[in-house]
Design a binder for this molecule. Sequence first.
Ligand SMILES: [Zn+2]
Length: 235
Amino acid sequence: MDLRKAMDLELMIIRCLKKSIIINKIFTINWSQSLSPYTNYITPNQLDSSGLLNININIGFDTTAQADAGTLKNIAKEKQKLQDNVDACCKTYQVACGDIVKFHFDYNQKNAPAGGYTNAPGGTSLDPNAGGISGVAGGINVLVTGSPINYGGSDEGETTGAGNIGLNTGGLGLSGNLLSHELGHRGGYKGGNIDNKTHTNDPSKIMVGGTFAIGGTPGSGIDLCWCNAIASLAK
Ligand SMILES: [Zn+2]
């Protein structure tokens, strides 16, 4: 290598070093001002102050639903959509940040009542089976059934006064927002414009009322009231 080439090489190395120092400095400033080590888009004060909380769901089945590949795939879709919706709450409203959806399964099928779950006030006919699901203490019990759930109409889902949830396999996994909808009721959603504020007539929203839902299934749209309802379920 001649002297000229050696000097060029040295110059190039110095330039590279300078560049890397500049990059390092920019990175350091950005990191400390806007990035948290926990995620790449929220600042530490937006994280739940009590740490990462879980939304625990205990899934059970009755004798008219099978925990087969198709049903489990639909349940997985409901779980993913719920987590996506929770994450959207953090991004949009800084609510429910870091909350993690966890599903626990009880494969011991409950006996489905003849004629399905029908017309008991407050949805109580779901309670014996849904309430009997074993899982995490304090978790929300969700019964998957192939039987009709009929409280003044054929419903894809229902949340009882006791807080148990029933989901019909016919509605499971369509948009994937059926469980998110019922959990909104469980969390006390009152942000709508119909049905005593428990539903909205906007089909793009999770809390759309059944008669307004496109294809009979809820949309993906969150609102602050739904996010607060869901955040209240995280333990
Ligand atoms: Zn509803």
